[in-house]
Write a protein that binds this ligand. Structure first.
Ligand code: PEP
Ligand code: MG
Length: 580
C-alpha cells in the first residue's frame, strides 16, 4: 500500500482499478494472459524491441546528416537503453512469472526505471527521465500497434491516472466511465483543476509522480476530501474507504434537498449563488444544482479546440445555448481570457518566458482587436435575447477598461451598420484580479457597471505564486492575511460606491470562506455548480451578524495558519458532519 498526498479538486471517495494514460494517450490496462499465450506475448515484445531499435538507428542516421553527430547521440543513448539485456529480461520475466501482457509488463518495468532516474541527485540524470518516457512510448507504440484504446471505449468504472490532462481531455471525461482522477501536475486553481471541479467527481492533482508509481490495473482509492491517493490499499483500508464512500453518497443525496430552496441566511438576507461555467451546456446543469444564473462564463474554452478560434456565428450559438440553459436568469459572459496557460503559447513561434505575467487576457484581446470584435459582436447579438452582462478579464488600468469599452462601441456600430438591432444598455464590468486594480478600486467604481473579484489570479499576483505550479502550491494561500485585507478593501469600497460586487474565484465555492465573505458584505458568490448545494446549506444555517463577527476576527490574525484554523473551527460549528 502506498499513500500519496496532493491537492484536492473535488471532495468524495472513488475506488477502482487504475488506467494510466500516457502523455500520448496510451492507456495500459492490467491484462493477464493464459500460460498458453505467454510465448506469443514474448514474441510481440521481441519484435517491438527490434522495431524500436531499427527506427532509432534510422532516426540517428538522418539526424546525424542534418544536425550533426551530437544531436544523433540522443538516439544512440535510446538505442543503448533498449539494447540493455537486463531491461529486456526484467520485462520477459514479469510476463512469464505473472502471466501478464507485454504492454503491461513493459509499462510497469519502464515506470520503475523512470522512478530510479527521478530519485537521482544529479540534475543531468534527472533530465534523462524525458528520454526514458520517450523510449517507453516508442516501445508501447510498437507493442500495441493500432490496438490502443481511448477512454471513450472503457467498459467499466476506472480511476484515471496521468501526468496531466489537456482541457480537451478533461472536458471529455463526463462522456467516459472514469470515476476519479489522480494527476502528477496541476495546482488548486490551474485550469485543469477548474475543469475537473466542474466535472464534479473526486480528484487529486499535483501528486508529482503518481503516474510512475501506479500501474494500470492497480486498485486505487482517490480520497478527494483528504487530498490523498492510496495505491493498492490493504483490506482494512479498503473496507474503511468503502464505508466513507457510502457516507459521502448519503451526504450528496441529502444536499439534493437544498436545490429548490433559496440561499437565505437565518436573519433573512438573500445571497445569490451563481455558476461558473466553461461550456454553454453547463448553464442548465448549474440551474439544476440550484443556481441563480451564470456568474462567470469562461468563453475562452470555445477557443481551446484543434480548429482554433470559432466564427462569430459559432460563438453566438454558444452564448444562446447558455442563455437558454439559464432560463431567464442572468448570464455574465467574460470575454475570452486567453494567454498564460491557454492557447497563445502553443500558437506562437517563440514562447513567452513568463506567460503568467505576459500577453494574456484583456492585453491579448486589445492586441488582437479583430478577433476581439468578432466575439463582442456575437455577445451583443445574443444580448438581445437574454439577461446578459459582459466583463473583461484582468483589467489592470483605467485605460485598458476604456479601450475595451471602445471596442464594444465599435462592435455596436458595425452591427448597426449591418442593420442588426443591438441592446445598448448591456452592463459592462471588470474582473478585479490584480493588486493594481485592487488599489485603484475607487477609480474603477466610477466607470464600471459591476466588479467581479477573481481571487484565483488576485492571490497569485498578490503573493507572487504561480497558480498552476505544483512546486509552489504550498505558498498559494487564500487565508494569507494580505489576501483577506485586499478583499476587505475592495468589497468595502464597492459597497460605499454602491457598485455591484461579486466574487467568482475558487474561494467562493469553499465553505471555509463563506462566512468570511458574507461578513465582508458580499451578497453574490459565483462557483462551480457542484459546490452550490453545500454552500447553500451553510448559508441557511448562519446569520449575517455571525458572519460579520467571523470576518472581523479572521482579519485580526497575523498568519494564514491561524486564519485557516479559526475559519475551520467556526465552519465546523455550523456544519459538524460535513467534510470541510
Ligand atoms: C479568477 O482568476 O479568480 C477567475 C475566476 O478567473 P480564471 O480562474 O478563469 O482565471
Ligand atoms: Mg482569472
Amino acid at each position: 500500500m502506498e499513500i500519496l498526498r496532493g491537492i484536492s479538486v473535488a471532495p468524495g471517495v472513488a475506488i477502482g482499478h487504475a488506467v494510466v494514460l500516457e502523455a500520448e494517450d496510451y492507456r495500459i490496462p492490467y491484462r493477464s494472459v493464459t500460460p498458453k499465450n505467454v510465448p506469443r506475448e514474448l514474441s510481440v515484445l521481441k519484435a517491438a524491441f527490434q522495431k524500436s531499435i531499427d527506427e532509432l538507428h534510422h532516426q540517428a542516421a538522418t539526424v546525424s546528416t542534418t544536425l550533426g553527430h551530437d544531436a544523433a547521440n540522443v538516439f544512440e543513448w535510446h538505442i543503448g537503453v533498449l539494447s540493455d539485456e537486463r531491461l529486456r529480461s526484467s520485462i520477459e520475466q514479469m510476463i512469464q512469472k505473472e502471466n501478464v501482457s507485454a504492454a503491461y509488463a513493459s509499462s510497469t518495468v519502464m515506470r520503475n526505471y523512470q522512478r530510479r532516474f527521478m530519485e537521482m541527485s544529479d540534475p543531468l540524470l534527472v533530465e534523462r527521465i524525458r528520454d526514458v518516457q520517450d523510449i517507453e512510448r516508442r516501445l508501447l507504440r510498437n507493442i500495441l500497434g493500432e490496438t490502443r484504446e481511448d477512454l471513450g471505449h472503457l467498459t467499466e468504472p476506472v480511476i484515471l491516472v496521468a501526468h496531466d490532462l489537456t482541457p480537451t481531455q478533461t472536458a471529455r471525461l463526463s462522456a467516459t466511465k472514469v470515476i476519479g482522477v489522480a494527476l502528477d501536475a496541476g495546482a488548486a486553481t490551474s485550469h485543469t483543476a477548474i475543469l475537473l471541479r466542474s466535472w464534479g467527481r473526486p480528484g487529486v492533482i499535483g501528486l508529482n509522480d503518481v503516474s510512475t508509481r501506479i500501474s494500470g490495473g492497480d486498485t486505487v482509492v482517490v480520497d478527494g476530501t483528504n487530498q490523498l491517493v492510496i495505491a493498492n490499499p490493504n483490506e482494512a483500508t479498503l473496507a474503511e474507504y468503502r464505508g466513507r464512500e457510502q457516507a459521502f453518497q448519503r451526504h450528496a443525496d441529502e444536499l439534493v434537498g437544498f436545490r429548490d430552496l433559496p440561499a437565505v441566511t437565518r436573519d433573512g438576507h438573500r445571497i445569490q449563488l451563481m455558476s461558473n461555467i466553461e461550456f454553454p451546456r453547463e448553464a442548465a446543469i448549474g440551474v439544476a444544482k440550484g443556481s441563480d444564473g451564470v456568474g462567470l462564463y469562461r468563453t475562452e474554452f470555445l477557443f481551446l479546440r484543434p480548429e482554433g478560434a470559432p466564427s462569430e456565428d459559432e460563438q453566438y450559438e454558444a452564448y444562446m445555448e447558455a442563455i437558454r440553459g439559464a432560463g431567464g436568469r442572468p448570464v455574465t459572459i467574460r470575454t475570452f481570457d486567453l494567454g498564460a496557460d491557454k492557447y497563445t503559447q502553443q500558437r506562437s513561434y517563440e514562447q513567452e518566458r513568463n506567460p503568467m505575467l505576459g500577453l494574456r487576457s484583456i492585453r491579448y484581446s486589445l492586441q488582437n482587436l479583430d478577433m476581439f470584435k468578432v466575439q463582442l459582436r456575437a455577445i451583443l447579438r445574443a444580448a438581445s435575447h437574454g439577461n446578459i452582462r459582459m466583463m473583461f478579464p484582468l483589467i489592470n488600468s483605467l485605460m485598458e477598461f476604456r479601450q475595451a469599452k471602445m471596442a464594444v462601441h465599435d462592435a455596436i456600430e458595425d452591427l448597426e451598420e449591418a442593420g442588426v438591432h443591438v441592446r445598448k444598455d448591456i452592463p459592462i464590468g471588470m474582473m478585479l484580479e490584480t493588486p493594481a486594480a485592487a488599489l485603484q478600486v475607487a477609480e474603477f467604481c466610477r466607470e464600471v457597471s459591476f466588479i467581479s473579484i477573481g481571487t484565483n489570479d488576485l492571490i497569485q499576483y498578490l503573493l507572487a505564486v504561480d497558480r498552476g505550479n505544483e512546486r509552489v502550491s504550498q505558498f498559494y494561500e487564500p487565508s494569507h492575511p494580505a489576501v483577506l485585507r485586499a478583499l476587505r478593501e475592495v468589497i468595502q469600497e464597492c459597497t460605499r460606491c454602491e457598485v455591484d460586487c461579486t466574487l467568482c474565484g475558487e474561494m467562493a465555492g469553499q465553505p471555509l470562506y463563506t462566512m468570511f465573505l458574507i461578513g465582508l458584505g458580499l451578497r453574490t458568490l459565483s462557483m462551480a455548480p457542484a459546490n452550490i448545494p453545500e454552500i447553500k446549506k451553510l448559508i441557511r444555517l448562519i446569520t449575517v451578524a455571525q458572519a460579520k463577527r467571523v470576518a472581523r476576527r479572521a482579519l485580526s490574525f497575523e498568519t494564514d495558519r491561524q486564519v485557516t484554523n479559526y475559519l475551520r473551527d467556526e465552519t465546523r460549528k455550523v456544519l459538524p458532519e460535513d467534510p470541510i
